[in-house]
Design a protein. Structure first.
Ligand SMILES: [Zn+2]
Length: 278
């Protein structure tokens, strides 16, 4: 993958400790108008009800249609939070290298929406869709004001004895022309759980391909790195989904729209289905 795009994900996930928690970025988030989350959640619940009732006819494999239950458990991790977890934690189990526990993330250059709000909105929609398909789904956080470190997020997945850990993020970079989606997983030489590489890579491939097919966005592929502590601490196959660039005005606007969010949700869910062989 292109180096500058890797650098963008670095910004989103805060490998560089200061990158995502600069005072400037915090000020920018505070100054920009933040849409009312309660209204958004309400709209989303209404949409889920419509889908459950089968009115739009587009949901396959829902409980109401087939009664099918699936044995797999999926943990979804909406990236970041409005209250950023403080301090540092090891890069992986037993590691002496420390990373920031969490970062504030990026925000929409056009919409002003903070990344943590977008990731929760999409994760809640994705939870409904996956439950309709028969999966058991757990969210690492279900509100915006809960601070969660990356290790805590991975611990939720580990404790749930989950089969897949899907972390939802959006990207940011200092170039408004950059757009596209990617997924991120560990390398084959991961110092912590290298045995998880083949499954994490397959999960990442399936999700990015289906996401881009459904949403029509640029496919930037899979970035393999062992610098993501939440992935390193996961004892189950894990991937980070960078849905698009909030620093690109068009992609920012798209990701904020109900229609595009539904496309992304369908794509990610389709990728999870393929990963599990459905
Ligand atoms: Zn992020």
């Amino acid at each position: 993958m292109k180096k500058w795009k890797a650098a963008a994900a670095v910004l989103c996930l805060g490998i560089i400790l200061t990158a995502c928690s600069s005072d400037q970025e915090k000020e920018e988030q505070q100054e920009k108008p933040v849409p009312d989350l309660e209204i958004k959640v309400e709209e989303q619940e209404n949409t889920a009800e419509e889908k459950n009732s089968g009115e739009d006819g587009s949901i396959e494999g829902s409980d109401e249609e087939t009664g099918e239950r699936r044995e797999e458990i999926v943990v979804l991790d909406p990236g970041h939070s409005s209250v950023v977890a403080e301090g540092t934690e090891p890069l992986g189990p037993g590691s002496s290298e420390q990373k920031a526990a969490d970062t504030s993330g990026t925000s929409g250059v056009s919409t002003g929406i903070p990344e943590y709000e977008l990731t929760l909105t999409v994760s809640q929609k994705l939870k409904s869709e996956l439950e309709n398909r028969g999966y058991t789904v757990v969210l690492t956080r279900d509100s915006n004001d809960i601070p969660m470190s990356c290790v805590q997020r991975a611990t939720v997945a580990n404790d749930a004895d989950a089969d897949a850990f899907v972390r939802i993020h959006a990207n940011g970079i200092d170039d408004s022309s950059v757009q596209g989606a990617m997924t991120i997983c560990i390398t084959e030489q991961n110092p912590f759980y290298p045995e998880l590489y083949p499954q994490s890579r397959a999960l990442s491939d399936d999700i990015i391909n289906e996401l881009c097919k459904a949403a029509g966005c640029e496919n930037d592929g899979v970035w393999e790195t062992d610098s993501m502590s939440g992935n390193n601490w996961s004892e189950i196959p894990a991937t980070i989904v960078e849905m698009g660039y909030m620093t690109n005005p068009e992609e920012d606007q798209l990701m904020a729209s109900e229609e595009y969010q539904n496309k992304m949700v369908q794509g990610i869910a389709n990728g999870i289905d393929i990963y599990f062989g459905y």
